[in-house]
Design a protein around this ligand. Structure first.
Ligand code: TYD
Length: 169
């Protein structure tokens, strides 16, 4: 997997992991504008004996302008959410509390990202199928989105998603 930063720096990365220490440098230099692959972004964490603090600034710690924030909570044990893809929408998913898995599928490769730290932001570009599962008790999933809600942006049918990928590769 290639992670390309806004300054033309290209990192050769395994699909499963963005190099977290590199990401910190990229993020603090405000160069995170052209990431095109799913991956976990290590958000700033300000440790404090009074309690830790993390931050997301649009177009700084995430590569898009935030137009919408929604959150998923009170998920009963064993339930799954979000089996769909988006044509244009980009997202960042953060487990603000508890843990859950996000299964991401680009039409060829599936990968499961386990979100269990509130300073991990899972970046998802448009055009990937994803669902969320294994929600822990009291987990809270925050989703930052690059667009307002648009039903026409959803692809809810997996075979339709594969056809969409074929047409857009
Ligand atoms: P949806 O994104 O389809 O969630 P899931 O894939 O987990 O089922 O959203 C569920 C419902 O909520 C759907 O009827 C649309 C509505 N919804 C909004 O009205 N606005 C939003 O921003 C979102 C995310 C969903």
């Amino acid at each position: 997997m290639l992670l390309t930063t806004g300054m033309g720096l290209t990192l050769n990365l395994n699909y499963s992991m963005i190099d977290i220490s590199s990401s910190v440098n990229i993020l603090t230099d405000n160069k995170l504008l052209q990431i095109q692959q799913p991956g976990i972004i290590y958000l700033p964490k300000i440790e404090d004996p009074r309690g830790n603090l993390s931050i997301i600034e649009e177009e700084n710690h995430i590569p898009f302008k935030i137009e919408r924030v929604y959150w998923i909570y009170d998920v009963p044990g064993g339930q799954m959410r979000g089996g769909h893809a988006f044509k244009t929408q980009q997202e960042m998913i953060v487990a603000l509390s508890g843990s859950f898995d996000v299964v991401v599928d680009d039409g060829i490769i599936k990968h499961t990202f386990s979100l269990n730290r509130s300073y991990y932001g899972l970046y998802l570009p448009s055009g990937v199928w994803r669902h969320m599962q294994n929600f822990s008790t009291n987990s809270l999933a925050m989703v930052l989105s690059s667009t307002h809600y648009m039903d026409e942006d959803y692809i809810r049918d997996y075979s339709g998603f594969l056809k969409y990928k074929e047409r857009h590769e």
